[in-house]
Unconditional design. Structure first.
Length: 580
């Protein structure tokens, strides 16, 4: 890899050197002091990284949930107890452990408890249906799962055919504070279960409560485990370029490298004082996991966990007395916050960094945010397979924020990018092509799917993203199209194959195709075009059928019926692009 910046390239100039290395023209656009490369050997494992953060910021508040703070010191004690209990149950290095939790104290406790003993975290969306959950548990081979009681009924329905042997249950208020005198937590648990009746009936024989697990683990010691950089840390599920959910194998090295790459871009921007970051995005999502949980820990950050960001009124109550310095959101959440009059009246004098990811940031939202807060949103680009950050707009909070450009920024340190033409050759500056990435953050591959891995990662380590990009003469990139059929709804990947498979099971459906259509807030929404067997088929019937098997953001918002057959290729494949 070339380590020197080239002079600004003229449009049409190649960024590929004669020896095949990349002429990293974007380095000239870095803010002064940002290193061109990171030391990928700085940390041996995420456990090593975690312990360094704890030792450095032990007395600081690390996480805030429902108005209660958890110090880094208390976090370590609970992590040690959870790790020790896991080992007492025979869980060892390489075993997969599923975590099905919203943003609560339990998430970081379980996350680091699993990672420090070398086990592999399988992050699960708590809103999954039983069908979606069952696939992920079967595919990962997880034998242990931690689940919020609100979703225990879904787990019960999904268990058949999985390898799950251990179920750890928890209620949202379980570990707000230590011991039996956790009055606030106990009152909250009672209200959710008995007053709000948010816990559907379930039966999980042999399951244990996390409070009992932590009590037992506190009496044990964690046996040392040698965890190496190349060991798996996460199976982070994504559809990749197709609709079958696959586990992206992210190693300790992948995730640690990405943390260092992002921290390098913020070099000198954030002080040694306690920075408070708002975390409305779920920590099971790779963007929030890396940026909010891991990166802000290295800064000794105070992380405000939002369990349900869609409840804007409650979020505003949580943030009422908070003068936060950082926030990360997708476009849709920024939009909902800006629509709230109480949010617009806030004091934003302490806000240093607002980051957008997961989906394209819209100009209207960026301009409204700047008008309300006086602060610009820093946009970047990433994908699960890259842990996730690939590019980011250069950050320099000492200068007036630049106007919105629609760019996704420049590649982060130690990262190479190229745009590939349809014929497989490399595109020049100013010429569109499929964005390809190479760097230490690129995944090891897809779990137990070598063929799918070979489709996206070539022999030289280049990962094909499926997005069409253009690079300008200063190394800034813009996404101009999407090569794959994926639909992006509020930062979540939705794959047409999955939608079509579910709807095709409806007895009154003859043919179906799913496509994405533009949406001002969510970026895209799911639309399905159906040729019915029964002319009496209704939109309501289709939607109700989908609710049984698809989580909310995957359910079609638009249902169109047609009498004629859908357009197809000569071999019978439906042409989604024509339908779009």
């Amino acid at each position: 890899m070339s380590t020197t910046a080239a002079a600004a390239a003229a449009p049409g100039q190649s960024i590929v050197n004669p020896d095949g290395s990349t002429n990293r023209i974007w380095l000239s656009s870095y803010v002064k002091g940002v290193p061109h490369d990171i030391d990928v050997n700085k940390y041996q494992s995420l456990g090593h990284y975690f312990q360094e953060c704890i030792d450095k910021f032990r007395n600081r508040p690390g996480f805030v949930s429902i108005g209660t703070e958890m110090s880094y010191d208390r976090l370590e004690r609970l992590v040690n107890a959870f790790s020790a209990w896991l080992q007492s149950q025979g869980i060892k290095k390489g075993d997969r452990v599923a975590i099905m939790l919203p943003n609560t104290f339990q998430y970081p406790v379980c996350l680091f408890g699993v990672l420090r003993i070398g086990a592999v975290v399988v992050n699960v969306n708590p809103l999954y249906t039983a069908r979606e959950l069952s696939h992920q548990l079967k595919d990962s081979g997880a034998e242990t799962i931690i689940v919020m009681e609100n979703f225990a009924a879904t787990l019960q329905e999904a268990l058949a055919g999985t390898k799950i042997k251990r179920v750890v249950k928890t209620q949202i208020g379980d570990i707000l504070s230590d011991g039996f005198l956790n009055l606030k937590g106990r009152a909250l648990n009672f209200a959710i279960r008995k007053v709000q009746k948010m816990v559907p009936a379930y039966s999980l024989p042999g399951s244990v409560w996390i409070r009992d697990v932590l009590k037992a683990g506190a009496k044990l010691k964690v046996a040392p485990v040698v965890v190496k950089q190349e060991d798996l840390a996460f199976l982070q599920y994504t559809g990749g370029t197709t609709g079958v959910a696959k586990g992206a194998m992210l190693t300790h090295r992948n995730v640690l490298a990405n943390c260092q790459q992002a921290l390098a871009f913020a070099e000198g921007q954030l002080t040694g004082e306690t920075e408070t970051v708002v975390t409305p995005l779920p920590l099971y999502h790779i963007f929030s996991l890396t940026v909010n949980c891991l990166i802000f820990m290295a800064l000794g950050g105070r992380n405000i966990l939002i369990a349900n960001p869609r409840d804007t009124k409650r979020v505003m109550m949580i943030l009422k007395k908070e003068n936060f310095s950082g926030i990360t959101c997708v476009n849709t959440l920024y939009s909902s916050f800006l629509d709230d009059p109480d949010f617009r009246k806030r004091d934003f004098s302490n806000l240093k960094l607002a980051v957008a990811g997961g989906m394209a940031l819209q100009r209207s939202i960026a301009e409204r945010w700047k008008e309300v807060t006086g602060n610009s949103i820093v946009e970047g680009y990433g994908l699960t397979e890259c842990s996730p950050i690939v590019t980011q707009a250069p950050v320099d909070i000492s200068k007036p924020a630049p106007a919105f450009t629609g760019s996704i920024g420049v590649p982060v340190p130690s990262t190479e990018v190229r745009n590939r033409r349809d014929d497989g050759s490399w595109a020049n500056v100013g010429e569109p092509g499929e964005l390809c990435v190479r760097g230490p953050q690129v995944m090891k591959g897809y779990w137990q799917r070598p063929e799918a891995t070979a489709e996206v990662i070539d022999s030289e380590g280049w990962l094909a993203t499926g997005d069409i990009a253009v690079m300008d003469e200063n190394g800034f990139l813009k996404i101009v199209d999407r090569k794959k059929d994926m639909i992006l709804v509020s930062g979540f990947n939705v794959y047409p194959n999955e939608i079509e498979d579910v709807i095709a099971m409806h007895p009154d459906v003859k043919e179906v195709a799913a496509v994405g259509v533009p949406d001002e807030v969510a970026g895209e929404r799911v639309k399905v075009i159906i040729v019915p067997r029964n002319p009496g088929l209704t939109k309501e019937s289709v939607i109700e059928h989908c609710r049984k098997s698809l989580t909310g953001y995957k359910i079609p918002r638009i249902v169109e019926f047609r009498d004629e057959e859908l357009p197809k290729t000569p071999v019978g494949k439906i042409l989604r692009r024509e339908l779009r």
